[in-house]
Design a protein around this ligand. Structure first.
Ligand SMILES: Nc1ncnc2c1ncn2[C@@H]1O[C@H](COP(=O)(O)OP(=O)(O)O)[C@@H](O)[C@H]1O
Ligand SMILES: [Mg+2]
Length: 308
């Protein structure tokens, strides 16, 4: 079985700006893949090329073995697209938006009718099927765009920043919906929300300036790239004395204390031993490693916070 998606040296230049820089990647069938990056990283440009809305300057990509450059029509049958900006037809009702999409894909009414009913049900829009999208909340519009992308039963679903601008409750609702799809198709989403990538994606690539910086599961990225060794340590007694002692150790790079509890950043993993050796073992009530967040990995790699 060919990869769901294979990118081979894909590039896009806008004049002198290289928005996507020789990007290569393989995504296996059934993956929820997350492309994470700050604004301007090149995520939308990449998705536009993969969904045949824009031609690459260089390179090619293959959706289940079909070239985005030379087999655009076949590629468009295989993919569903949720673009960054909602592009619903405001002069059509919710249901009519879905029907138009079905017709454009040449699906006969006897097939699309039950399918559209089901999708409206699944996205919680059945009661609003005959209303115009302009009367919908942001979350409802987004769910309608997702429903539309699923009408022709794609094998690969692209979601470009699916939850940007949504309130927390609508974001969760959309995440839940994406989770129900994961068994049936490959999902490729972009986001600048760490928690979104962390909770939805099997695999994450962080990109900036058109290039891939790292690739792995959320857990792998945290383990590999956030090199802060942060511990929480609680002592039974002598907190004042231990504070002085810890701050004199070269292994300790930062120290905070609240009564008997310390938050200690160590220089490296080996620094744990000298710290432990400096203590009476009976004085330790609790010690645990604090897991770094994906946010810290991101900061570490791109040198910037994720912009909203
Ligand atoms: N049509 C365009 N013409 C010129 N520059 C563009 C165009 N679209 C995007 N860019 C630039 O390309 C870079 C990548 O943009 P984009 O792909 O939208 O990033 P992202 O989706 O990660 O925010 C940015 O510097 C952006 O300003
Ligand atoms: Mg974008």
């Amino acid at each position: 079985m060919p990869a769901a998606l294979s990118l081979q040296g894909l590039s896009k230049r806008y004049g002198t700006l290289t928005a996507v820089d020789r990007f290569s990647l393989e995504v296996e069938q059934g993956t929820v893949f997350g492309l994470l990056g700050p604004n301007g990283a090149g995520k939308t440009t990449l998705i536009k090329m993969l969904t045949t809305l824009m031609r690459p300057t260089e390179g090619d990509a293959f959706i289940q073995g079909h070239s985005i450059v030379s087999a655009g029509k076949k590629v468009r049958e295989l993919i569903g697209v949720v673009p960054q900006e909602n592009n619903l037809d405001r002069y059509l009702t919710a249901r009519e938006n879905l029907v138009l999409h079905a017709k454009m894909h040449g699906i006969p009414p006897r097939d699309y009718r039950p399918r559209i009913d089901e999708l409206l049900e699944l996205t919680g829009l059945s009661g609003r099927r005959n209303d115009f999208p302009d009367t919908f909340s942001g979350g409802m519009q987004r769910r309608l765009v997702v429903a539309r992308a699923l009408v022709h039963q794609p094998r690969l679903l692209f979601l470009d920043e699916p939850t940007t601008g949504l309130d927390p409750q609508s974001r969760r609702a959309l995440w839940d919906h994406v989770r129900t799809l994961r068994s049936r198709m490959t999902i490729f989403l972009t986001t600048h929300y760490m928690d979104e990538a962390d909770s939805l994606c099997d695999r994450i690539v962080i990109m900036d300036h058109g290039k891939s910086l790292v690739d792995g599961s959320a857990a792998e990225l945290k383990a590999r790239y956030a090199h802060a060794h942060i511990y929480e340590l609680e002592v039974r007694r002598d907190a004042q004395r231990y504070e002085e002692l810890f701050s004199s150790l070269s292994a300790v790079t930062s120290l905070e204390r609240e009564q008997n509890a310390f938050r200690i950043v160590l220089r490296d993993e080996e620094s744990l031993k000298p710290l432990m050796d400096s203590m009476e073992s009976g004085d330790i009530r609790r010690i645990c490693l604090v897991e770094p967040s994906l946010e810290e990995v991101f900061l570490d790699l791109t040198g910037k916070a994720v912009r909203e």
